[in-house]
Ligand binder design. Structure first.
Ligand code: FAD
Length: 531
């Protein structure tokens, strides 16, 4: 079947009647969103013979998943085994329990861990989907941890030789979108590879249809059962009947400033990594309108982020130089912490959480014009300097004056840190003692994470609290069914990914939990809908 047969352009509007409603379109399963969870669910129902319709609000498939590295935390799967990693659901459970504990229901945690391997096996049954192990450490020192990590990643996908309606519509990488550039030529990698592979798998079933620029606005219920949804497409309201169910996998509310102020008490939505305007909580609001209970709304997958001149911010990780100081000129955390853990330290210290309390990343001249860390969107030093977001001085005292912190405090902080670097021990925040820290360390000496700050010119770059998406949403059970306040399931309604309250609660256990858990719960939803 030609892939073009499945895009929005060819969709016919059948008019059907069911239970007193008139319908513009019918399907067995309606999937809302097109990230990793959504497309895993869509493939799951389509592969089982159910007529599946995917609606995506934007003009691109993939959401934030397309931006991601797409590490997938799925303990005990066959791709890990191929890579020589001996993992299991039990080891994963030991670790997950140790770090998440009772913050979320054990039944939900078990559903994730017990079906992770099966999700990978089911997907790899499609010739279009293939994963491989790559090292990236778990984020906590706890039993069952893998110091070099256990995540698997989608194998790069060679670009199709000819125009391809589905693959060409995969969202470009974050850096390309932010810099106004087209998607790069060549193989699709990381999250883009995952999305393209899942689209190809869906298409190959012959039971999947996709519609871009089609936004869910409301769920349609009858006697408490979800029987369909309304969606806006091209200025028209479509009523879509879903005979088996609706899977909501439309991201969180990270791009909705009003909801972030209400639910997270943050100033707005400018610093999220989510695709602009995409994830505005529509599915969470629609589900709440249909009686869904919600939870964990104050939670996000946090990360320190480089503030950009246009007001946005970009995910920053893997520091190999410099320290973070708050408005007092002092360090407040181990700068090599995994990003969500650093984000939580920033929240606790009220550092970088608003325009009034910036964090400064201070480093010395040894890195030239480069930042000593990974920023997913590259920074242009000249533009940052002009915007006052990158400041430089020949002396530390001069730098302190430029960033408005007490000069003695800053020089004391740097002196103490340089002493730690000399001895290879960070007596204040234990930087460099954890395998995660050392994974990114590039310094010399016994502790590669402690690089002294001693050679002018000295630099300070502004860091704020960003996120990779919110992680609070509708409450779900072990089959990804959406729950009411009284704990009963709403028939016909399922949720996965950041639309649902996360199985990991207030922590980010390891690389690939956001997308990995989204995929497992979507896989479970698909199995439940297929009956
Ligand atoms: P998304 O992937 O954002 O998909 C939601 C989709 O729903 C979007 O396309 C959106 O347009 C659509 N939508 C929204 N509203 C509607 C509506 N009303 N109707 C129809 N469609 C709608 N996580 C990992 O697990 N591993 C990683 O390696 C990783 N790396 C990351 C790297 C970066 C740079 C970033 C930014 C994030 C990373 N993350 C990673 C986090 C992860 O990408 C997200 O948390 C996750 O992809 C969210 O998945 P989702 O399915 O909930 O939402």
């Amino acid at each position: 079947m030609a892939n073009t047969a499945h895009t929005e352009h060819s969709t016919e509007h059948s008019t059907g009647h069911s239970t007193g409603h008139s319908w513009d379109e019918e399907c067995d399963v309606l999937v809302v969103g097109s990230g990793g969870g959504a497309l895993t669910g869509a493939y799951g129902t389509a592969a089982r013979g159910l007529d599946t319709l995917v609606v995506e609000k934007t003009g691109h498939f993939g959401g934030t998943t397309a931006y991601a590295g797409a590490g997938l935390w799925l303990p005990g799967n066959q791709a890990q085994a191929r890579g020589g990693v001996e993992d299991s659901a039990e080891l994963g459970r030991a670790y997950f329990r140790a770090v998440v504990g009772d913050a979320t229901e054990h039944a939900l945690q078990d559903a994730y861990l017990d079906h992770a391997a099966a999700t990978v096996a089911f997907l790899e049954d499609s010739p279009h989907v293939r994963f491989e192990y790559r090292p990236f450490p778990d984020y906590f020192a706890a039993p069952g941890r893998f110091d070099l990590g256990r995540a698997v990643f989608p194998v790069d996908l060679p670009a199709p030789g000819a125009p391809h309606a589905l693959v060409d519509a995969v969202r470009p990488p974050a850096w390309a979108e932010r810099l106004g550039l087209p998607a790069p030529e060549g193989p699709l990698t990381d999250g883009r590879a995952l999305i393209a592979r899942l689209l190809l798998a869906l298409d190959s079933t012959g039971n999947g249809r996709t519609r871009l620029r089609t936004a869910l606005t409301r769920l349609i219920t009858e006697d408490g059962t979800v029987v369909g949804a309304e969606a806006e497409h091209d200025g028209r309201t479509l009523r879509i009947r879903a005979r088996r169910g609706v899977l909501l996998a439309a991201g969180g509310f990270e791009a909705n400033a009003e909801l972030r102020r209400a639910w997270q008490r943050l100033p707005g939505a400018d610093w999220t990594m989510g695709a602009p305007g995409a994830n505005t909580g529509d599915a969470i609001s629609a589900a709440a309108g249909a009686g869904a209970a919600v939870g964990q709304l104050d939670e996000s997958w946090w990360c320190p982020s480089l503030r950009f001149p246009d007001g946005s911010a970009a995910f920053t990780l893997g520091l190999h130089g410099g320290i973070f100081v708050d408005g007092s000129g002092r360090r407040f955390a181990n700068e090599s912490l995994p990003y969500d853990r650093m984000g939580r330290r920033m929240l606790a210290a009220k550092a970088g959480t608003s325009h009034d309390n910036p964090v400064w990343w201070v480093f010395d001249g040894r890195f030239g014009d480069e930042l000593p860390g990974i920023t997913v969107v590259p920074a242009d030093r000249a533009a940052f300097t002009e915007a006052g977001l990158w400041r430089t001085a020949d002396t530390l005292a001069g730098l302190a004056e430029q960033i408005g912190v007490d000069a003695e405090a800053l020089s004391g902080t740097v002196q103490t840190f340089n002493g730690h670097a000399e001895h290879g021990v960070d007596a204040d925040f234990q930087r460099g003692e954890d395998p995660y820290d050392r994974f990114f360390g590039q310094g010399e000496g016994t502790n590669p994470c402690l690089v002294p700050i001693e050679k002018g010119p000295f630099h300070a770059v502004q860091i704020v609290l960003g996120d990779l998406g919110t992680k609070g949403g509708v409450r779900t059970d072990a089959d990804a069914r959406v729950l009411r306040e009284d704990g009963t399931a709403i028939p016909g309604l399922y949720a996965a990914g950041n639309t649902a309250a996360s199985v990991s609660g207030p922590c980010y256990p390891g690389p690939g939990v956001p997308i990995g858990s989204a995929m497992v719960f979507a896989h479970l939803a698909a199995a439940h809908m297929a009956g």
